[in-house]
Design a protein around this ligand. Structure first.
Ligand SMILES: Nc1ncnc2c1ncn2[C@@H]1O[C@H](COP(=O)(O)OP(=O)(O)OP(=O)(O)O)[C@@H](O)[C@H]1O
Ligand SMILES: [Mg+2]
Length: 256
């Protein structure tokens, strides 16, 4: 069942008056089923963050539409948009975006505090989530007292505490060493297996191999996709790596 649909999305960044804008997305089309874990790959500047900003209602498409669970994002009124974002979407960024003066617990609970959730419900959600993510013993610590990997797991807990329809992540392992990256990706895999829909932008083929499908974007369009299906993770990784190689070789041979 199609859960998120991206239809003919185009994004032009206009700069100063009279200058030609940057066409970051030309015509992006894809859909995501409920419970899928989709990775988005593409070279630097290919429009991945632009796309994620549109999907997360932080920015508007110049043309086209995004539907989430049947709702066109453009139909959401400005005054309801932050509430929609807070309650329906979960975000994880490369640089964690935790508040330094809040303990991990308060960081994680913040979206529920803003939504005026009662304290019993908050605790009921916090306990299993922090246990799953392996940070239950760190809840009273501040971000500067924990490792990058632990910060990112707190950020994932914050993103999931509202039970979002979709978890959107932009290079979530970008600031982590390989061991913490692997640990975080295993968490994503477990979260996916529990039924959460995930969309993750990544440069890393290794990270993408944890997904159930990879979309490749180039020149403002989705030009290729690979499904994991029944493949082993290493066979899937091999396919992803091959696809990236073909792309970069294509670039070189075009120039010669
Ligand atoms: N706010 C902006 N104003 C003008 N142009 C922008 C803006 N944000 C991005 N761009 C341009 O749009 C294009 C796509 O940028 P985007 O940040 O989406 O790429 P990306 O795929 O996320 O790259 P990276 O892998 O380096 O994060 C680039 O050419 C970029 O220079
Ligand atoms: Mg980016």
């Amino acid at each position: 069942m199609t859960f998120m649909q991206v239809a003919n999305v185009k994004k032009v960044y206009t700069q100063r008056l009279g200058t030609k804008g940057t066409e970051a997305l030309k015509d992006v089309n894809f859909s995501v089923d409920k419970g899928e874990f989709v990775a988005i790959m593409g070279e630097s500047g290919s429009g991945k963050t632009t796309l994620l900003n549109i999907l997360s209602t932080l920015d508007h498409a110049t043309e086209g539409e995004v539907y989430l669970d049947g709702t066109p994002l453009s139909s959401i009124k400005d005054r309801s948009i932050s509430r929609f974002r807070r309650e329906q979407l979960g975000f994880v960024f490369q640089d964690f975006n935790l508040l330094d003066n809040f303990s991990l617990k308060d960081n994680i609970l913040l979206p529920l505090v803003l939504a005026r959730t009662n304290i019993t419900e908050m605790e009921k959600r916090l306990t299993p989530l922090s246990e799953t993510l392996g940070i239950a013993h760190l809840l009273d610590h501040y971000p500067y007292e924990v490792s990058g990997g632990q910060k990112q797991r707190a950020a994932v807990a914050r993103a999931l505490i509202t039970k979002p329809k979709i978890l959107l992540a932009d290079e979530p392992t970008g600031a982590l060493d390989s061991k913490s990256s692997q640990n975080l990706l295993e968490q994503f895999e477990a979260i996916h297996q529990s039924g959460q829909t995930i969309l993750m932008v990544t440069h890393s083929a290794q990270a993408a191999s944890y997904s159930s499908r990879v979309l490749f974007i180039r020149d403002g369009r989705v030009y290729h996709e690979i499904y994991r299906g029944d493949q082993t993770k290493s066979a899937y990784l091999e396919k992803i790596t091959q696809a990236l190689l073909v792309t970069s070789n294509r670039g070189e041979s075009d120039e010669s």
